[in-house]
Design a protein. Structure first.
Length: 65
C-alpha cells in the first residue's frame, strides 16, 4: 500500500489503481462533487485529474489493495 501526504505528484499515481483520499475542502472532478468527510475512494485516472486541476485540495492518498 502506498501512502502519500504533503505535495502529491500526479506522475506517481497509477491510473488503474483505486486510492483512498483525504480532502482539505469540497472539490469537483469529472462532474463528481466530493466532500471532505467519510471515506472517499477514487480511481487513479480521476485522482490524477483532481490533483492536476486543484493540487492543494488533496491532503493524503493511500492505494487500496
Amino acid at each position: 500500500m502506498t501512502d502519500q501526504t504533503g505535495s502529491i505528484d500526479a506522475a506517481t499515481i497509477d491510473p488503474d489503481t483505486s486510492y483512498r483520499i483525504t480532502l482539505a475542502r469540497p472539490a469537483t472532478v469529472a462532474g463528481i462533487k466530493l466532500r471532505p468527510r467519510g471515506d472517499i475512494t477514487l480511481r487513479g485516472d480521476l485522482l490524477k485529474t483532481l490533483i492536476t486541476e486543484t493540487p492543494d485540495v488533496v491532503l493524503s492518498i493511500a492505494a487500496v489493495a
